[in-house]
Write a protein that binds this ligand. Structure first.
Ligand SMILES: Nc1ncnc2c1ncn2[C@@H]1O[C@H](COP(=O)(O)OP(=O)(O)O)[C@@H](O)[C@H]1O
Ligand SMILES: [Mg+2]
Length: 369
């Protein structure tokens, strides 16, 4: 039902153009109105959003087809007066308006003039349903509820132990006091970490995660992480590092690479068992770009097949061994901000296997102006 709707083609004009886009292909509602206020185009999405058939809309006056009202009940077209008013106006920004029956719709309009300051020859109106926005609002509300819950449990314990200690200080032995304070200390750490992770998540979700690229020696970074674990008391034979030389020179954000390695190793130690194997090797990424691949495998229970799709989502936790469930979400966000990929699978000896790749990202490619 293209009718009188404009048709855009990406190539030269003519019937041969392969990528002709009809107005009905557009995801958003499109309504085009001529200089006299008559509707000349009403695409399929507009019909779906307004529940008005295109055949009933085309040829009629805009105000009759789309009797929009603002949230105060004022008639929108009379209020904005697209054909009158200042001749410098170019349109209306997106507004939340009401269709008859009270359904909400997001509306924006463009006033097309033959020449700047001239009369409006065409009005192009875009309509968008509000379901998508309501869905994101709902998911934000869910996120806030989860965060509030995650913050409350450690704080409840901090409050409980401090209140008990303050009220009954004399009645506890030094050992008991020490134990309580250690719990308080661990819970405070947990809150601090959760907040740091939430800040990372807000950067990832809003696309503000900054990647400051420098040369990174991935094999050395892996060795540093393993050394930190053995210094903290883990047996050195819990780890095996396998490096396939020569590795391409890698440009990445060293702090963020540390965060990725730290999270994957912590998971392998905490959720996995047995020997943790870390392989670093050159990788061929898609589009034949060179890169570095890192695989972290363990010999623990692994991730159940049906949960593999969910491990990278926020707050997903499989085991009860602590953790916020945010680690892998952040890891994926960091890897993808570098232009890399991360996958999960089953290790040769049964445990979980996480593999991420980072493109070498030649510095010239990324030099900032
Ligand atoms: N190496 C692993 N072996 C088994 N399960 C794992 C492993 N790594 C991650 N998981 C599972 O994935 C979940 C999400 O991991 P993550 O996002 O890091 O959150 P957290 O470690 O805070 O629980 C974990 O709770 C755990 O159930
Ligand atoms: Mg984790």
């Amino acid at each position: 039902m293209v009718g009188t709707c404009p048709t855009a083609s990406s190539g030269a004009h003519g019937s041969l153009a392969p990528a002709v886009v009809s107005a009905d292909d557009l995801p958003d509602g499109l309504v085009v109105v001529d200089a006299t206020g008559r509707v000349t185009c009403f695409n399929a999405a507009a019909a779906r959003i307004t529940a008005v058939r295109a055949a009933d809309a085309v040829g009629r006056q805009l105000e009759a087809v789309l009797p929009l009202e603002d949230l105060d009940g004022r008639r929108w077209w009379a209020l904005t007066d697209p054909y009158g008013g200042l001749a410098t106006r170019t349109g209306q920004p997106e507004r939340n308006l009401l269709l008859p029956g009270g359904r909400q719709v997001l509306v924006s309009a463009r006033y097309v003039r033959e020449h700047p300051g001239g009369p409006v020859v065409r009005l192009v109106v875009q309509l968008r349903g509000t379901e998508a926005r309501r869905r994101t609002e709902r998911s934000h509300a869910e996120l806030i509820a989860t965060v509030a819950h995650e913050l409350r449990s450690p704080l409840t314990s901090v409050k409980g132990f401090t209140a008990t200690l303050l009220a009954k200080w004399e009645r506890f032995t030094d050992d008991q006091k020490q134990l309580m304070l250690q719990t308080v200390d661990a819970d405070a750490d947990r809150v601090t970490r959760l907040i740091a992770e939430l800040l990372d998540i807000s950067r990832i979700d809003s696309g503000r995660l900054e990647v400051r690229r420098q040369p990174v020696d991935m094999a050395a970074a892996v060795r540093r992480h393993v050394e930190a674990y053995t210094r903290a008391g883990l047996r050195p034979d819990r780890f095996r590092i396998e490096v396939t030389e020569p590795l391409p020179e890698l440009w990445a954000d060293p702090d963020k690479v540390d965060q990725v390695l730290g999270n994957l190793l912590e998971n392998a130690v905490r959720h996995g068992e047995g020997v943790v194997t870390i392989e670093v090797s050159p990788a061929q990424l898609k589009a034949r770009a060179a890169g570095t691949a890192v695989t972290v495998s363990d010999e623990g229970p692994g991730i159940p097949e049906e949960a593999m799709a969910r491990v990278f989502t926020r707050f997903w936790r499989g085991s009860k061994r602590g953790g916020t469930g945010l680690g892998l979400y952040i890891v994926k966000g960091i890897v993808e901000a570098h232009g890399g990929t991360i996958t999960v699978g089953r290790a040769a000896r049964g445990g979980a296997q996480f593999r991420f790749t980072l493109p070498v990202a030649a510095p010239a490619f990324f030099t900032q102006a």
